[in-house]
Write a protein that binds this ligand. Structure first.
Ligand code: ZN
Length: 199
């Protein structure tokens, strides 16, 4: 009688899912399905949505079993087949917005591309006026015509912008996360009552 031995690490559904969504450029969105009728809730496993801005979402029910989720997302990718991973145009990035990159042709026939990704914009609240109708926007760019063509983020506000490197963009993301935390705290304060008593 031989004893079965385990070889290799135990598969972690979370990391498998991360690898799948990264490979197929999918964004996972959890949805609270409690508003659905029970007979539908039990049958809702995952839904694929391709947005016009190029984002590809997979909507899954919140609280779904991790193993079930991995299998569902994997079968969904299989079902999507060729649609799941759009082929990247030669000499372009997977993040290039379709038909937006600018090619510069040189005398020797060489074409160098200015790569431009989809623009991300923070909507302007109703009643607020902002120069250039832009509160905050960000866009991934890379220019092969420059000495350094490392992709960077064009970060803009009211018409003024700056190109951010990876480290600089990390700082902006951290600052925005702190700002968002502050907004959420403020939102909670909005509905907290004033203390009782006489002065
Ligand atoms: Zn491109």
């Amino acid at each position: 009688m031989t004893t079965a031995t385990m070889t290799g690490p135990v598969p972690n559904p979370g990391s498998t899912l991360d690898a799948l969504t990264t490979e197929y450029n999918l964004q996972l969105v959890e949805w609270d399905t409690t508003s659905l009728d029970e007979y539908l809730r039990d049958k809702f496993y995952a839904h694929y949505l391709a947005l016009r801005d190029g984002r590809r979402l997979v909507v899954v029910p919140a609280g779904q079993d991790p193993d079930v989720r991995v299998n569902v997302v994997r079968s969904l990718i299989t079902h999507l087949g060729e649609d799941a991973a759009p082929p990247v145009e030669p000499r372009h990035y997977s993040w290039c917005a379709p038909g937006v990159c600018i090619g510069h042709r040189y005398d020797n026939g060489e074409i160098l591309n200015e790569h431009i990704g989809a623009e991300l914009r923070l909507p302007i609240p109703a009643g607020m006026r902002v120069h250039y109708d832009e509160l905050l926007s960000a866009q991934l760019v890379s220019d092969e015509n420059l000495v350094d063509e490392t992709p960077c983020v064009s970060f803009n506000s009211s018409g003024d912008g700056v190109l951010l490197t990876t480290a600089e963009f990390d700082t902006v993301i951290d600052n925005l996360a702190d700002f968002l935390d502050g907004l959420r705290a403020m939102r909670a304060q909005m509905t907290s009552p004033r203390a009782e008593g006489s002065s």
